[in-house]
Design a binder for this molecule. Structure first.
Ligand SMILES: Cc1cc2nc3c(=O)[nH]c(=O)nc-3n(C[C@H](O)[C@H](O)[C@H](O)COP(=O)(O)OP(=O)(O)OC[C@H]3O[C@@H](n4cnc5c(N)ncnc54)[C@H](O)[C@@H]3O)c2cc1C
Length: 385
């Protein structure tokens, strides 16, 4: 929806092929700086901000119980001159605001359907939709998730991997205020992360071994709340489970290329990694911003917007951001699982130094919310709104 809105606002004849929007998704997304800027440029932030909770502080607690433990570190957004590192919002609220914008956008045709086949040709791509409708386009944006049909049609291969972990995901009411602090306990089986939501609520991503996740998910609400409060060392007081719980086996995927045969991939069609560090959708929105920018420049130069040269430029823009985010999330997760003492020592020393050395701490905070490359890129998409 974000890609479709941006292309339409830039005056491209745009069709969005997507089924009904998911207005039940109880997961949350922590939108980081560049994503907020992008949504602001679409004039959507005023509607989103009141439904989100600012994340002004980030606390990391080593709960591994191991011989070598990292000291507790708290990062403050104010140290970077920011009100917050990001804003946590329910996916269903984000989707509702985006859907309303899509419906109101005059230059955008929303075909509420799914693509059944995608056939790239020399000068256009032909799509057949499930209803039988035919659509042709000079450029197709594959924003169709981890099992992307567009990726397959463009002949792009993937590398996939799994982790010996599952994430239990749910929202909680708690008796003590979160004070805009996001807290991440590092446990030997993965992170246990509480992220503020508006009011006295937080979202929880609890990464554990698959058997433990299944056992927790089978508990009744009261027993589960007690067990999670114990794991959170009661820092937010008593828990009450709010709504449904979901289980996600942890896995990763990276496409060997983000563009080929008049098709450009964004989001999980191009990269999937575990829900650690609030990176997935934020990286996907940076794909979208870079793609729109690259294609718009090509049009101004009179180039074929789906041509090989334009796709190669998009590929070059995205390569290092995707590779570095995928590697960082993988490294963080594996460093927790590692029983290897030197790895544990390295992680602990890294956090110790981050806590003590201001410039290093600020560098880590900056890179965590937006990579240097994205900060240096010309912010032309701001003009889109
Ligand atoms: C528990 C959890 C917590 C997370 N928290 C965060 C966070 O805090 N911050 C963050 O940045 N990221 C987070 N993520 C990651 C984030 O949710 C994903 O990166 C994001 O949802 C991917 O979006 P996407 O649009 O690329 O793919 P998807 O959400 O998978 O959407 C793909 C869409 O394509 C449609 N589609 C598929 N096939 C077709 C077809 N043939 N024709 C038409 N449409 C089709 C589907 O219906 C779907 O709507 C989290 C993930 C999880 C699991």
């Amino acid at each position: 929806m974000t890609a479709a809105l941006l292309f339409a606002r830039r005056g491209f004849a745009t069709a969005l092929v997507a089924p009904q929007v998911n207005l039940q998704d109880a997961r949350t997304t922590a939108l980081l700086e560049a994503s907020v800027r992008l949504l602001r440029s679409l004039d959507l932030w005023d509607a989103l901000e009141p439904r989100s909770a600012p994340l002004a502080h980030m606390r990391l607690i080593d709960d591994t119980g191991r011989l070598i433990r990292a000291p507790e570190v708290t990062f403050d957004a104010a140290e970077l001159g920011l009100e917050a590192f990001g804003y946590n919002i329910l996916n269903r609220d984000l989707n509702a605001v985006l859907m309303a914008a899509v419906e109101a956008e005059s230059g955008l045709t929303w075909l509420q359907d799914t693509a059944a086949s995608v056939r790239p040709g020399a000068d256009r791509v032909d799509l057949s939709l499930a209803s039988g409708t035919a659509v042709a386009a000079r450029l197709v944006v594959g924003a169709d998730g981890r099992e992307s049909l567009v990726r397959e049609a463009a002949g792009i291969a993937t590398r996939r991997w799994t982790y010996p972990q599952k994430a239990l995901v749910l929202n909680l009411d708690h008796s003590r205020p979160h004070s805009t602090i996001s807290t991440e306990f590092h446990t030997p089986t993965g992170p246990f992360t509480l992220v503020p939501l508006p009011g006295c609520m937080s979202s929880l991503v609890c990464v554990v071994e698959p058997e433990t996740a299944d056992r927790l998910a089978a508990l009744d609400d009261a027993a589960l709340a007690r067990e999670l409060e114990r794991r959170a060392h009661s820092i937010l007081g008593a828990f009450t489970i709010a709504g449904t719980r979901q289980l996600y086996p942890l896995s990763g995927l990276v496409a060997t290329s983000v563009a080929s045969a008049r098709c450009a991939l964004v989001g999980e069609a191009a990269h999937v990694f575990p829900p650690i560090g609030a990176q997935g959708l934020n990286l996907g929105l940076r794909d979208v911003a870079d793609l729109v920018e690259t294609v718009d420049r090509a049009r101004r130069r009179g180039e074929d917007i789906g041509g090989a040269a334009v796709l190669a430029r998009y590929e070059a823009t995205r390569r290092s951001d995707i590779a570095s985010r995928t590697a960082a999330v993988d490294l963080l997760n594996r460093s927790l699982l590692s029983g290897f003492l030197p790895v544990q020592a390295l992680r602990s020393v890294g956090l110790y130094l981050a806590g003590r050395i201001g410039p290093l701490r600020r560098l880590l905070m900056r890179e965590g919310i937006t990579p240097r490359a994205a900060r240096l890129a010309p912010p032309v998409w701001r003009a889109a709104g």
